[in-house]
Write a protein that binds this ligand. Structure first.
Ligand code: HEC
Length: 159
């Protein structure tokens, strides 16, 4: 599903992405030309500290292959996952679907624990030792960073 009212931006993004990936490949190919043997060491003509010259050698082959691997990875990724305009990717992955799956998993895991407390009324819940212990743990984990471990708060964060 497109986020835009026309397909212009979808195409714009896709073209830039594909052209960039291909351009990286072409650039790599240009840079990985092997040195012609017997031609001596070519320098870039740059020197530092009077005598320190910069050689014009190609990068090591294993390094080049790592770069090629990243290009292959990006193409595989763009095939499976959304990345090119409105193309949804062959796996059909979306952030919303992932969130819904995680929420469903969490409900399955925590639902039975909270079920008992969900039925109690608030006054009864406030005096329940089990609920208090659980609440304290949750507060210390998720809230104490800002509201302090005793709920005392601090500057900018209410008590
Ligand atoms: C990232 C910091 C942060 C965390 C973590 C945090 N809070 Fe807050 N909380 C705030 C700030 C800041 C305010 C004040 C917001 C405002 O006034 O607009 C606030 C306000 C509140 C208020 C309103 C208090 C009042 O007097 O107005 C309550 C209640 C509250 N938080 C409860 C919680 C609970 C429960 C948790 C844990 C589940 C939690 N907060 C986690 C920063 C945080």
């Amino acid at each position: 599903m497109s986020q835009f009212s026309s397909s212009f931006w979808d195409i714009y993004i896709s073209v830039i992405t594909i052209v960039s990936v291909v351009a990286c490949g072409i650039f790599l190919k240009m840079q990985s030309a092997r040195r012609v043997s017997g031609s001596g060491t070519e320098t870039t003509g740059h020197t530092w500290d009077e005598t320190l010259g910069e050689y014009n050698n190609p990068m090591p082959q294993w390094w080049m292959w790592l770069f090629y691997l990243t290009i292959v990875f990006s193409l595989v990724y763009l095939y499976f996952y959304p990345g090119l305009g409105s193309y949804p990717g062959s796996l059909g992955w979306t952030q919303v679907k992932q969130l819904e799956d995680e929420v469903a998993d969490a409900n399955k895991q925590y639902g039975p624990i909270f079920e008992k407390y969900a039925k109690m009324d608030v006054k009864q819940l406030a005096t329940d030792a089990g609920a208090q212990a659980m609440g304290q743990k949750l507060f210390l984990n998720h809230c104490a960073q800002c509201h302090a471990s005793d709920g005392g708060g601090s500057k900018g964060f209410p008590t």
